[in-house]
Design a protein around this ligand. Structure first.
Ligand code: XMP
Length: 506
């Protein structure tokens, strides 16, 4: 049985990071709301309490009963988690002063404590809390402090319970990964979470869950849906049918390229050319949200039609990944995020849902893809929005504009590959502006379109910065686009970060 650590989520923004760090240590873990501890799960070997946006003194803060958990498992409280353990043992937690924010230097007091193993003096840690423990309960032994925080880390005597008032999960805490690893040693963890193990157990699980049932899956060309498809193909082979829709808003030759890639992976794929249908539906529409809705609805329409041509389909597979799931479980009231491309499909089609990647983070999806033998260019493909070039053609969409943008985008992307810059950026693409400007070509005055190039660096698309691409590269691409793409006489580079801008222009 695969061992797991349970992370009880008290709503901190860094809860997901705790999960990612443990997974980096090859430790399987699950994040659950603070009050949803899986009581009878025998695979649990330890529990981590996350931070929280609340103070333990707030009336609305989360205060679950932890006695039985503390008796049964090693527990590590992080920030709010540590303060809550102190608070519920009659300690006192009060508002701290601002010196306790941000960077601090940690010094272990009890170097024999297993949580502090290998932690040198003056190790940089990251504090991020408005509160601090001011009265330390009797049976709490302080195991480390900082200049401003006396009880930076503690162990509860007679128990397998620890607390740290800083965040070991953030990169700024240099010794964070060592502390988390020390906790895993305390839990006697085998640390056996590897892509190969994931594939083996997921394939077995899928076989059992799906039996001889038939499954359909919407391919987008992106990593998540591709890895889901390859995994399902391993489990149920020809009972999986993939549908890949050309909505006329894909990159240049993308439809053909993607179909070819999947063929090589041995997948059973139906490619549907629905370009004309989408162009017709989108004719004359300029409002961004309306365009998005039409593209989304059109996709569901086409997918549904194709699915009905197949017989006895019972399941719809989706490439949902863990961050989507965590967000929808979130205790702090986020709206549930529907999977962009297939939102609304499950309801309409009355199919059961299977989501083989639902417990993986994005970097893990890539590792699993590699282990499955998928080619690097498929795994490293930049994210591409479901509505495709539809949100990169500002204003109304026509086949001619799509042609112009596809050609410009292709030169840009190919250029990034040729200059070995493709993997340096998170995402790149071209945008066609509804702006014409004057230019001169040879002896002639031109009055033509403007293309914007956008390339960003990011780790999760929540924030992004514009990529500092070399001037020589930009000059070369600009020249090539203006010379080769009929209808474009000006190229500009977008130097906005997110926030306040977004990655896409619509
Ligand atoms: P923004 O523009 O919000 O984009 O900064 C963040 C990331 O999400 C992608 N994106 C979408 N993906 N359907 C998708 O599947 C959409 O409607 C959509 N809108 C934005 C965007 O490409 C970037 O990676």
């Amino acid at each position: 049985m695969l061992e797991k650590i349970i992370i009880l989520d008290f709503g901190s923004q860094t809860t997901q990071l705790i999960g990612r760090r443990l997974r980096e240590l090859n430790m399987y873990c699950e994040i659950v709301p603070y009050n949803k501890f899986p009581e009878n799960d025998e695979s649990v070997i330890g529990v981590i309490l996350s931070g929280s946006p609340f103070s333990v003194n707030d009336a609305e803060s989360f205060k679950p009963e932890l006695t039985s958990i503390r008796k049964k498992y090693p527990v590590l409280g992080i920030c709010y988690g540590a303060q809550y353990l102190a608070y519920s043992s009659d300690g006192k937690v009060e508002k701290g002063d601002s010196r306790e924010y941000g960077r601090a230097m940690l010094t272990p007091i009890n170097t024999k404590d297993p949580l502090m193993k290998g932690i040198p003096e003056n190790s940089q840690v990251w504090m991020s809390h408005g509160d601090t423990i001011t009265t330390i309960p009797d049976h709490f032994q302080i195991i480390a402090n900082t200049e401003d925080v006396q009880c930076a880390a503690y162990h509860i005597e007679g128990e397998n319970t620890w607390g740290v008032q800083f965040h070991p999960e953030v990169y700024h805490t240099e010794v964070g990964i060592t502390i988390l690893d020390n906790f895993l040693t305390i839990c006697n963890a085998k640390k056996d979470w590897t892509p190969a193990n994931f594939i083996e157990s997921t394939v077995n699980q899928l076989k059992e869950q799906l039996g001889n049932d038939k499954v359909i899956l919407a391919l987008s060309g992106g990593v998540d849906s591709s890895v889901s498809a390859v995994l399902l193909n391993r489990a149920i082979g020809k009972n999986l049918t993939c549908i890949f829709v050309d909505n006329g808003l894909l990159r240049k030759n993308e439809f053909e390229k993607v179909l070819k890639d999947y063929e090589h992976l041995g997948l059973n794929v139906i490619g549907v050319d629905a370009k004309e249908y989408f162009y017709q539906e989108l004719k004359g529409v300029t409002e961004p949200e309306k365009k998005r809705k039409i593209i989304g609805k059109g996709f569901i329409e086409i997918f549904d039609q194709e699915a009905h041509k197949l017989k006895d389909i019972k399941w719809l597979a989706q490439g949902t990944i863990y961050p989507d799931i965590i967000e929808s479980l979130s205790i702090t009231g986020h709206v549930i995020k529907s999977h962009h491309n297939v939102g609304g499909l499950p309801e309409k089609m009355n199919l059961k849902l299977v989501e083989p990647l639902r417990l993986l983070f994005k970097d893990e999806v890539r590792r699993v893809g590699r282990e499955l033998g998928m080619e690097e260019h498929l795994i490293k493909r930049h994210p591409f929005p479901g509505p495709g070039l539809g949100v990169r053609i500002l204003g109304d969409i026509t086949p001619e504009k799509v042609r112009i943008l596809q050609d410009a985008d292709d030169i840009f992307i190919q250029g990034l590959r040729d200059w070995n810059l493709y993997d340096e950026v998170w995402q790149a693409g071209a945008i066609l502006l509804p702006v014409q400007s004057v230019g001169v070509m040879g002896d002639e005055r031109t009055y033509e379109n403007t293309v914007t190039l956008r390339a960003v660096t990011s780790t999760d698309a929540m924030t992004a910065d514009w990529a500092r691409l070399p001037y020589e590269f930009l000059a070369k691409i600009s020249n090539e686009i203006i010379n080769k793409v009929k209808g474009v006489n000006r190229v500009v580079y977008d130097i906005s970060s997110k926030p306040p801008a977004t990655i896409e222009w619509e």
